[in-house]
Structure formats: structure tokens, C-alpha cells
Design a protein around this ligand. Structure first.
Ligand SMILES: Nc1nc2c(c(=O)[nH]1)N(C=O)[C@@H](CNc1ccc(C(=O)N[C@@H](CCC(=O)O)C(=O)O)cc1)CN2
Ligand SMILES: Nc1ncnc2c1ncn2[C@@H]1O[C@H](COP(=O)(O)OP(=O)(O)OP(=O)(O)O)[C@@H](O)[C@H]1O
Length: 195
């Protein structure tokens, strides 16, 4: 499999998810909460990382609000200011000042006292473009989450869980050596677990 196949998949599935109606998006976001809440309870999660949806991604806003109301600390990814290709995780509350990053995705304004070390995060919910029935994940192409998750299996933390629309499932992801497969993934209709 070649990188060209990966780019073709990215373009095709990004278009597919962008074409979901806003009604379908809202329904999906509410359905997601019904699957994620029992998962958080089972894992006794106290601190999780989510993302703010862009480009037709599954909307996490209702889930974020549930977490705020239930004393689960929420973090968001922030592009590392010096370490190209890497993410930092900053805590996110209703009062957090936000800025647009270079991909025009809102992220918390840099504030070193709000950085949450990766080992303090129980679960990292990752955005993704496409997934397959084996837990392989294809992202937007920056390698940000592959780098973030490269050592997670050594300690089992932070536990990665993909979030996606059902229509983002594909027959097979052409994988590369650096890809980190997901041990779990949640869509609006079901949960997948591979570990
Ligand atoms: N909501 C969300 N936040 C996220 C991610 C994500 O996938 N979704 N990321 C997950 O890694 C990181 C950002 N990674 C990204 C990588 C590429 C593009 C992107 O749109 N690229 C454009 C062109 C590049 C450019 O504008 O310079 C494109 O491919 O069309 C966006 C985000 C951190 N935050
Ligand atoms: N652990 C890593 N260390 C160094 N480079 C990496 C690592 N993981 C990925 N990369 C590099 O990042 C680039 C993009 O990788 P890839 O296309 O798999 O990103 P992605 O999974 O689509 O994006 P993301 O993880 O941000 O959602 C590749 O050129 C790859 O070589």
C-alpha cells in the first residue's frame, strides 16, 4: 500500500463526514454521550482529553458539558509552540481563553500553569479521519496523535479511544510502521474494543 492510497482515503472520508447534515451531526453528538458516559464510569476516569470538532468531525460539545457537570477534568490538544509535530494538553473550562491555531482549530491560549502532563490523563479521545474493523486509525496527516501515543502501551496510560462517525469506517486502512492502532473506539451507534 502506498501513501497515495492514504491521501485518497483521507480526501474521500473527509468529504463524506463534511456532507452530514447539521441535524445528523447533532443527533450523533447526543448518541455519543450515551456510549461514552458508561465507558468513563467503568474506567473511573477523572481527567480526559477531548478535541473541538472541525471538518465534519463527531461533535464533542455535549460530552464536554457532561464532563464539566460531573467533575471530570477536560483537556484539549494544543500544537506544541517549539516541538514541531507534537501536542501539549491544556485544561479546558468554560472560562478558558481560546485562540485559533494554524489549522484554524480553537485551542486554549498557552498558559504553562494549565499544561496537564500526559501521564495525568486517564483517557485520550482521539479525532480521526478513517478507521477499520481492526482498530487501525488514519488521522489528518500530521502524525500528532501517533507521536502522542507512541509509548502508551508501556504503562497502559493514557488509554486511547477513537471517536468517529459510523460512516468513517473503511474496509482496510493501509498502515505505516509508525501508526498506533487503537485499543477502543466509540461511534454514535456502538463501542469497539480490541484489547
Ligand atoms: N479537531 C481536531 N483537533 C486537532 C486534530 C484533529 O485531527 N482534529 N489534530 C490531529 O492531529 C491536531 C491538528 N492536526 C491537523 C492536521 C492537519 C489539518 C489540516 O486541515 N490540514 C489541511 C491543510 C494543512 C494546512 O492548512 O496547513 C488539509 O489537510 O486540508 C488539521 C489539523 C490537533 N488538533
Ligand atoms: N512516532 C513518530 N515519530 C516521528 N514521526 C512520526 C511518528 N508518527 C508519525 N510520524 C510522521 O508523521 C507524519 C504523518 O503521519 P500520519 O500520516 O500517520 O498521520 P495521521 O495519523 O494521519 O495524523 P494524526 O496522528 O495527527 O491524526 C508521517 O510523515 C510520519 O513519518
Amino acid at each position: 500500500m502506498t501513501l497515495i492510497d492514504r491521501d485518497f482515503l483521507r480526501t474521500t472520508i473527509r468529504t463524506r463526514r463534511r456532507e452530514l447534515s447539521s441535524q445528523a451531526q447533532q443527533h450523533a453528538a447526543r448518541q455519543l454521550v450515551t456510549h461514552v458516559v458508561p465507558f468513563l464510569q467503568k474506567h473511573q476516569a477523572r481527567c480526559i482529553s477531548l478535541y473541538l470538532a472541525c471538518d465534519g468531525e463527531l461533535d464533542t460539545q455535549p460530552l464536554i458539558e457532561w464532563c464539566w457537570q460531573n467533575e471530570i477534568k477536560v483537556c484539549l490538544p494544543v500544537l506544541h509552540p517549539f516541538h514541531e509535530g507534537h501536542l501539549l494538553f491544556l485544561s479546558y473550562t468554560p472560562d478558558t481563553p481560546m485562540l485559533l491555531n494554524r489549522f484554524r482549530i480553537p485551542e486554549p491560549e498557552m498558559n504553562s500553569s494549565h499544561i496537564v502532563p500526559k501521564h495525568e490523563i486517564d483517557i485520550i479521545f482521539t479525532p480521526l479521519v478513517a478507521f477499520d474493523a481492526e482498530g487501525n486509525r488514519l488521522g489528518m496527516g500530521g502524525g500528532f496523535y501517533d507521536r502522542t501515543l507512541e509509548n502508551w502501551q508501556q504503562t497502559g496510560r493514557p488509554f486511547p479511544v477513537g471517536l468517529a462517525h459510523d460512516c468513517q469506517q473503511v474496509e482496510m486502512i493501509p498502515t505505516e510502521i509508525w501508526d498506533i492502532p487503537l485499543p477502543a473506539l466509540i461511534t454514535p451507534s456502538r463501542s469497539w474494543q480490541w484489547s
